[in-house]
Write a protein that binds this ligand. Structure first.
Ligand code: SN0
Length: 313
């Protein structure tokens, strides 16, 4: 694997899942994989799981791991051909070139501004690093995708499925803030590419994800209908793609035990952080159906499988 920016970079999802589960089963046996190699993680916005699980994956494999918070540093210029006489101290061309000399794998985290859809969907930060770095680049969540989360979700579903082809429902849920589409975009893209589940996406009218991500899934605007016979229910809020960045209240979309009664005793999933009793009730999160901590655990093993595949080239 050359880079890891989306599911399209993965030659085989099943091989990545297999490798993640093998490293998870015996982390110590893989402690030499990244020996004398350096992983640099760059964060343009804050993170808890992604930062710590990727650092843990790197150190588990024996990498030297360096993490840098770019929010507190100087601002990078991403535009080509500009006169750099304002506040942006360094062009990404130099920054990516310099960092490539200090590491063997470069991982980058960025967020969308949720104002200009075309600008966000260009995914400029991650693509600039891909263009100018001379080492493999990993997305630690970009403006439009969160592939390490989605791979962790595939691992979690593979570990818990009780039938060959489970029904997986991705449902929009309420949230007080304006959130990116990266997690649901990526989840839909990975589930359909994996081809081992039936994916249904449920969201209020006006909140359909970009069609390029949901192709191959059924999209419904009736949550109860979508949840019927589900084996896995993945809740996530996202702001609108059509009326870009718009939000809506819709407390009736909260996931609670009554909603899950129509499912096939479904497992509950969420990428975290989750707003209790806004997105999902305490009753669901605290029940034995919740897989949220196992998803977070699998973030380490998904990152480890990806780092291993990138070293292999
Ligand atoms: C992020 C998101 O993309 O929706 C992180 C997902 C990995 N979620 C949040 O930032 C939630 C923040 C909040 O205030 O609840």
């Amino acid at each position: 694997m050359k880079n890891f920016l989306s599911v399209h970079d993965a030659a085989s999802i099943d091989t990545l899942i297999e490798r993640a589960r093998a490293i998870k089963a015996d982390p110590v046996a893989h402690g030499a994989t990244g020996r004398h190699k350096t992983l640099i993680n760059l964060f343009f916005n804050p993170s808890l799981r992604t930062r710590l699980s990727t650092e843990k994956a790197g150190t588990t494999l024996g990498f030297q791991v360096i993490t840098m918070d770019m929010a507190g540093g100087w601002k990078l210029e991403f535009e080509d051909g500009v006169v750099m006489n304002l506040d942006r101290a360094e062009h990404v061309k130099e920054a990516a070139g310099v960092l490539s000399q200090y590491c063997d794998i470069l991982a980058v985290r960025s967020f969308p501004a949720l104002e200009d859809r075309a600008a966000d969907y260009e995914d400029r930060i991650i693509n600039a690093f891909k263009k100018y770095a001379t080492v493999p680049v990993v997305s630690l969540e970009s403006a439009t995708r969160h592939p390490l989360q989605s791979l962790a979700d595939c691992i979690t579903i593979a570990e818990h499925r009780r039938k060959e082809r489970p029904k997986v429902v991705l449902t929009w849920a309420p949230h007080p803030r304006q959130l990116p589409q990266a997690v649901p975009n990526s989840f839909a893209e990975w589930m359909t590419a994996w081809g081992e589940v039936d994916l249904v996406v449920a969201n209020p009218e006006g909140f359909d994800l970009a069609p390029e991500f949901t192709a191959g899934a059924e999209v419904l605007h009736d949550q109860t209908k979508a949840l019927r016979n589900a084996d896995f229910v993945y809740a996530k809020n996202w702001s609108a793609y059509a009326d870009y960045g718009a939000t809506t209240e819709r407390p009736d979309w909260l996931v609670d035990t009554d909603k899950l009664a129509v499912t096939n005793d479904a497992y509950f999933m969420h990428c975290l952080p989750v707003r209790r009793n806004v997105v999902v009730s305490d009753g669901v999160l605290d029940s034995n159906r919740s897989l949220v901590l196992e998803q977070a655990n699998n973030r380490t093993w998904s990152a480890a499988a990806v780092l291993e595949a990138l070293l292999a080239g």
